[in-house]
Design a protein around this ligand. Structure first.
Ligand SMILES: [Zn+2]
Length: 414
């Protein structure tokens, strides 16, 4: 045994730190393990143990083993003062922190469905309520949120599908006959002479192996088309596994990086008609009256509040007058979608201004609901102009057309 350690040190040029190393044995008599312990001077370790922040175990990860991952996600939510963030800020945090934590684990282990379900529930509660545990109805379904932006979602990951895509990596290794110790082992123990594509696992096979075979059956149609690829792409596999719905007409709004995230989120909710307007609250048996807070005479609905009502029309006229644009007699989202002007930069700035206006109309509606007073359209217009000018100062205008550059310089003027 001592010779083996010396050989390891010579071969690798590394010196093993025995105080930081542990010995893990399986299928060896207790007496022999003790002898190895004494001879090597390395203490015996117990499984599961933690390595690079994750639990390492020779057995299938139980829900209990993954509790530290769930706790980590909850800790992030509590520690970042994240309750005060806007919806848009929370979406960013879910994408950048919470789902990344899951991806790290999913790359190493096959996670149980219960654990993925728990993390998804935490992300959902956090997005809508800023907390990690609230179980109330959401404004938009999680399934829709996990669609790509082109298909009307927010581009968050569907963790169940992502997990399948990560497991697909093992099926791809076998299909590509990778020179890997694990691949050689499954070929000699499980697959033997049967072809991998037609292979079915035996009844008594382990949970992880059955899971890999199950994913292989789902992705086998395109597994062979990836022949010759150097690396398996989880992202590409995810896109193949995740069925997209219909492409939405208003997606150019979603991809416009000039729109402020909080304005964008509001437009997204309106495009799905999911804001809690009075007509929806009545249908949900929450409100007693469907009357609009701004005019006090008509039913408050999405078309009324954002497209038909005299108040928004006055605001739109003020904005159109300032921006020197001609508004057609259709609602602004429809207008942007149907507007075919070659100057893409001009179109993006117009969308940014309209998104800002829509955001403030909803803010004013909420203020009038709480405090009982309504801003004059001129006040709202001043807020919109201030926000737009501040955004234009921070945006990098890439248009080469003199008339577009002049127009943006004009908009920047106080
Ligand atoms: Zn009204």
């Amino acid at each position: 045994m001592l010779k083996a350690f010396d050989y390891f040190s010579k071969a690798t040029g590394l010196v093993m730190n025995k105080s930081k190393s542990n010995l893990y044995c399986n299928g060896i008599a207790e007496q022999l393990i003790k002898e190895i312990e004494v001879a090597s001077g390395i203490k015996r370790g117990v499984v599961p143990f933690r390595y690079l922040g994750v639990n390492v175990s020779p057995k299938r990860l139980s829900v209990m083993d993954c509790n530290c991952l769930v706790e980590k996600v909850v800790d992030r939510i509590r520690s970042l003062g994240s309750r005060k963030l806007s919806y848009a800020g929370r979406v960013m945090l879910i994408k950048a922190v919470l789902q990344t934590l899951h991806s790290y684990w999913a790359r190493i282990f096959i996670l149980p469905k219960t654990v993925i379900g728990k993390i998804e529930a935490i992300c959902r509660a956090y997005l809508w309520y800023g907390s990690d545990h609230k179980e109330s109805p959401a404004l938009v379904s999680w399934e829709k949120i996990c669609q790509s932006k082109k298909h009307g979602g927010l581009g968050l990951k569907d963790l169940h599908v992502w997990n399948l895509a990560t497991i697909g990596k093992y099926a791809w290794w076998i299909a590509q006959k990778k020179d890997h110790l694990w691949v050689r082992w499954v070929n000699s123990v499980y697959i033997k002479s049967t072809g991998w594509m037609d292979y079915k696992p035996r009844m008594g096979s382990s949970w992880a192996w059955r899971k890999i075979c199950q994913v292989k059956d789902i992705i086998k149609d395109y597994l062979f088309t990836w022949n010759g690829l150097e690396k398996y792409s989880i992202q590409e596999s995810y896109l193949k596994l995740k069925p997209d719905g219909m492409q939405v007409q208003w997606y150019p709004w979603m991809l416009n990086r000039w729109i402020l995230p909080k304005h964008f989120f509001m437009c997204w909710l309106i495009a799905h008609q999911r804001l809690l307007t009075q007509d929806r609250l009545i249908r949900m048996n929450i409100a007693h009256s469907n009357c609009c807070f701004l005019c006090g005479s008509q039913e408050e609905s999405h078309p009324h509040l954002f497209f038909d009502y005299l108040y928004i029309k006055k605001c739109l006229l003020l904005v159109a007058d300032w921006c020197k644009i001609i508004l057609p007699a259709i609602n602004c989202i429809q207008w942007l979608v149907e507007w075919r002007q070659p100057a893409a930069c001009r179109k993006k700035v117009t969308a940014m201004i309209l998104a800002c206006l829509i955001y403030y109309v909803w803010q004013i509606r909420n203020l009038s609901r709480l405090d009982g007073y309504v801003w004059r359209p001129e006040v709202l217009f001043t807020r919109v102009r201030r926000d737009v000018q501040s955004r234009l100062y921070h945006c990098d205008v890439r248009s080469k057309k003199a008339n577009v550059i002049n127009w943006i310089e004009y908009l920047k003027k106080p």
